[in-house]
Design a protein around this ligand. Structure first.
Ligand code: PEP
Ligand code: MN
Length: 332
């Protein structure tokens, strides 16, 4: 249950209510919000006078629920807003990993040339094998900061574990929580306290409800700016790397109030399918697309098989705008 309390409710009452109802307290400009487990469905008589509005749910998808906030909540990244009534589909692109200054600069120049506002590249890579490239770490973050400064781009990078969560939060404009970190509570809680938007990727073995509940971890920590990212789930199929769950995207649009971004690159795993999938995603009327693109994909130190080269990315960007327009959206 979500309770909106009168802004004048005193601290000791809020504390007593939080204790008794096992609730999270979120302070907002116009009210105090308490979020209890969804099984709680009644407010004790003694506290009722403080409650201005209450929302009851069937399960613990609460702050993220469309039943709480109809429509899509607006999330602002620098000078750009997605969600709300913007109709914006934000393009996020860049190489899987920051590998060198020359590589990330070439990527930043491509984005600048095409008017793409948001550069994404990993510095702390969660790898399946310990012998694979794990990213440049703090040196990579410095390079991303330099790209933001030199090209005026927003940057997004991934936090892999809680050892560097503060460094990533400080350096980036959007914090990416990778699929494998979806259940890392240290990261979820740190992101809940952060004042930057969070892009939460769906773990490839998580149900939609588990995914959305991970978003509720961040929201219940006080951060209102959570974006969901569908990046493919694991099925019986081995011909493609994962299976992009477009039904799941329809579900998230219907049942949650969070912007939804799609990542066809990690879902497909092979560059040949990425442009077609990206166009199919854009046709769903989504809030953003995340595409991996590398100046020389054959030399990429991670996810080499799925990254587009610059020419393929240019062609893709050209083709997206009319598709977005056909569903009442604009690529930004
Ligand atoms: C990535 O975005 O480069 C990445 C590692 O993706 P995921 O967390 O979806 O596997
Ligand atoms: Mn990748």
């Amino acid at each position: 249950m979500i309770l909106h309390l009168n802004k004048n409710t005193d601290r000791s009452t809020i504390e007593a209510m939080s204790r008794q109802l096992d609730a999270f307290h979120i302070e907002r400009e116009h009210c105090h919000i308490l979020v209890t487990p969804s099984a709680t469905r009644e407010v004790p008589e003694a506290f009722r006078a403080h409650v201005e509005e209450s929302f009851v749910f069937d399960n613990d998808m609460q702050l993220s629920s469309a039943a709480y906030f109809p429509g899509t909540r607006p999330v602002t990244i620098g000078d750009l807003t997605i969600g709300g009534d913007t109709g914006n589909t934000m393009l996020i692109a860049g190489p899987c990993s920051v590998e060198s200054e020359a590589q990330i600069r070439a990527s930043a120049e491509l984005l600048k040339e095409l008017g793409v506002s948001t550069l994404r590249a990993g510095c702390f890579k969660p790898r399946t094998s310990p012998y694979s490239f794990r990213g440049l770490g703090l040196e990579g973050l410095e390079l991303l900061k330099a790209m933001r400064r030199d090209y005026g781009l927003h940057v997004i990078t991934e936090v892999r574990d809680s050892t560097h969560v503060d460094d990533v939060i400080e350096a980036t404009d959007i914090i990416q929580i990778g699929a494998k970190a979806m259940y890392d509570h240290g990261i979820l809680e740190a992101c809940g306290r952060a004042d930057k938007p969070v892009l939460l990727k769906r773990f490839f073995g998580a149900t939609l409800q588990e995914f959305v509940q991970a978003a509720d971890f961040v929201l219940s920590g006080g951060n209102e700016d959570v974006i969901l990212c569908e990046r493919g789930i694991r099925t019986f199929e081995t011909g493609t790397r994962f299976t992009l769950d477009l039904c799941g995207v329809a579900y998230l649009k219907e049942h949650t109030n969070l912007p939804v971004i799609l990542d066809p690159s990690h879902a497909m795993g092979y560059r040949y399918g990425v442009p077609d999938l990206a166009r199919a995603c854009a046709a769903m009327g989504i809030d953003g697309l995340l595409i991996e693109v590398h100046p020389d994909p054959s030399t990429a130190r991670s996810d080499a098989s799925q990254q587009l080269d610059h020419d393929a990315f240019r062609a893709l960007v050209q083709s997206l705008q009319p598709i977005a327009a056909a569903v009442g959206r604009r690529i930004v």
